[in-house]
Design a binder for this molecule. Sequence first.
Ligand code: HEM
Ligand SMILES: *[C@@H]1O[C@H](CO)[C@@H](O)[C@H](O)[C@H]1NC(C)=O
Ligand SMILES: *[C@@H]1O[C@H](CO)[C@@H](O)[C@H](O)[C@H]1NC(C)=O
Ligand SMILES: *[C@@H]1O[C@H](CO)[C@@H](O)[C@H](O)[C@H]1NC(C)=O
Ligand SMILES: *[C@@H]1O[C@H](CO)[C@@H](O)[C@H](O)[C@H]1NC(C)=O
Length: 490
Amino acid sequence: MAAVLLIGTAAVIAGGNILWTCDPAIAKQLFTLHTVQVPVDLIRFHDIWGPTVGSVEGQEWKNHRKIINYGFGPSTLPIVWEESIHQTETLIDRWARDEFVVKSPRTWMSRIALHVIAGIFFDTRMDWKDTESSNTNNDSYTSSLPNAILTIMLHLGVLFVTPRWLLGKLPFEPFQKTNKAFVDFTNYMLELRAKVLEKSDEVSTKRSRTMLESIVVAGSTNLSDPTVQPLSKESILGNIFFMMMAGHETAGNTLGFALLLLAVHPDSQNQVQQEVDDVLGERPKSDWSVETDYRALQKGYLGAVLTETLRLYHPVQFVWRTNVAETTVYDSTGDSHVVPANTLFCVNFAAAFSNPSTWPQAKISSAKRADLHFSRALDFNPTKWVHTREVTDNPTHWPFGQGGRTCPGKAMAQIEMVAVLATLLKNYSIELVITEDVLKACGDDHRIARERTRDDAIRRLEDDVEANLTIAMLKDLPIRLRGRFDETSP
Ligand code: HEM
Ligand SMILES: *[C@@H]1O[C@H](CO)[C@@H](O)[C@H](O)[C@H]1NC(C)=O
Ligand SMILES: *[C@@H]1O[C@H](CO)[C@@H](O)[C@H](O)[C@H]1NC(C)=O
Ligand SMILES: *[C@@H]1O[C@H](CO)[C@@H](O)[C@H](O)[C@H]1NC(C)=O
Ligand SMILES: *[C@@H]1O[C@H](CO)[C@@H](O)[C@H](O)[C@H]1NC(C)=O
C-alpha cells in the first residue's frame, strides 16, 4: 500500500508543489475550504472495482456519500453494540486457550474490528478459528466468505501493488491465495447483491438492514429521493470494500493502543472499571443498551480514554488534499500564506494533535523523560476530556475529520470501541507480562520487575510505533488478562 502511494506521490510531485503540514489551524482550513479537494488521481489505486466515496469529488461524491449514509442508519447502531459485545466474549474464550496471554494486542483488535464489520455489513458471524479451518460446502468457492475477507485484509498490500490481470498468473503463494480470495469475495458480493435486488421491495421496508442491503437498495434502484442517482455495480462493490478498509485498522489500531495504555496506566484502568461497574452493575449483558449504557460510558471516563488514545496515537498518519485555485491559508500564529493552485497538501494528521504547544505535557523530569525515550505514552491523561469532549467543534482535536468528509463511521467506531473495552474490563484487568528473565535480573523482586517492565513498555510505545500510512505497534508487546474476581488468580 505504501509503495503504491509513494509512487503515485512521486508522479504528482514531479508536476507541482507539495506542502507538508501538521499545523492544526491550516489542516482545519484545508478540510473546509471549497477550493480544496481530494486529489482523486492519487487516490485512484483504491479503486479495485470502481470509483468509491473516497476517490471521487463534487456532485459524484455527494451521491456516493448519500448512498453509504443509508448504511449507517439508526437501526445499525444496536447491532454494532451487540455484535461487539459478542465478539469480545468469544475472543476472551479464545485467549483462555493461551492462558490469557495476548502476544500481539493490535493483531487481535484489528481482527475484532473485522469481525464486527462482517456482522454489520453482511450479517456474517465470524468466529475465532484460524483462517484455514472453516471450509465451504459450495464447489464454486475455494473459501467461505469470512475466510475470503480475512485473507484479503491480510494481503491488502499484494492487492494494491499487483495489477488485477497479473494477480492470478504469478505462481507464488501469497498471490495465488490473494487472487482466490479476491475472486471468491467478488462472487460472494455479486451473489449477495443479486439476492437483495430480487427482493428489493421486501428489503427496503425491513426495519433493520445490513450495510450491504442498504447500499445495494440505495445504489441500485430509483429511490423516492430524486437527488440520489443509482451507482454502477462496480461502485457498489467498491464502496463496501472501501468502508471495510476504512473501518478495519483505524478502529483496530486504536483499540490495540488503548489496551497497552491501560496496561501502562493502571490508575486510569481502575477508573474505567469503577465507571463500568457503576453503569452496568450486575445486570446481564443482554440488558446492556446502546441508548443508555453506551451513551453514559462514551460521555464518561471510558470515552475520554478513547479520545486521549486517538490524540496520542491517531491511526491515520496522512490525509491528502489539493487546491483547484490559488488559496490563502492562515497558520496557528495568524500569518497568511498564499498557496498556488494544484499544490498537493500532505496533512500529517496524527502530528496535528500532539503539538506540545497546544497540549501540556505531564510533569516529569527531563532526565526521566529522556530515559523513557520521550515517549508520548507518558502524557496519556484522559481526565482532560471528561467535561470538554462533547464540544462538537473542538478547534484543536477532531479525530474523525472536519467538513464534508467527516468520518461517516464515527458512531459505529465509537460504539464498537466502547463495547469491546467495557466487556473486557468488566471481568478482567489488563497487565503487562513480566518475563522470567526480567524477574531474575531484578533479584526476584516483583515490584522492581514490574517497574522495569513498565518503563520498557513506555519506551516501546514510542520506539516500536510504525508511522507508515496507518500508525500501529511495529512489534509485539504482550499483555495478560487477570480475572478481577478470581481469588485463585496468581
Ligand atoms: C477509530 C476509528 C476511525 C477513525 C479515527 C476514523 C477517521 C476518519 C477520518 C479522519 C476521516 C476523514 C479523512 C479525510 O478527510 O479525507 C475518515 C473518513 C472515512 N471513514 Fe473513518 N475513521 C474510523 C472508523 C471508520 C469506520 C468504522 C468506518 C466504516 C465502517 C469508516 C469509514 C470512513 C469512510 C467511508 C470515510 C471517507 C468519507 C468521505 O470521503 O466522504 N471509518 N475517517
Ligand atoms: C454455489 O455458488 C454458486 C455461484 O455463486 C451459486 O449460483 C449457487 O447457488 C451456490 N450453491 C449453493 C448450494 O449454495
Ligand atoms: C431510474 O430512473 C431513470 C429515469 O427515470 C431510468 O432511466 C433508470 O433506468 C432508472 N434506474 C433504475 C435502476 O431503475
Ligand atoms: C463476568 O463474570 C460473571 C460471573 O462469572 C458472568 O456471569 C458474566 O457474564 C461475566 N461478564 C462478562 C462481561 O463477561
Ligand atoms: C513502511 O513499511 C514498509 C514495509 O513494511 C517498510 O519497508 C518501510 O521502511 C516503512 N517506512 C517507514 C517510514 O517506517
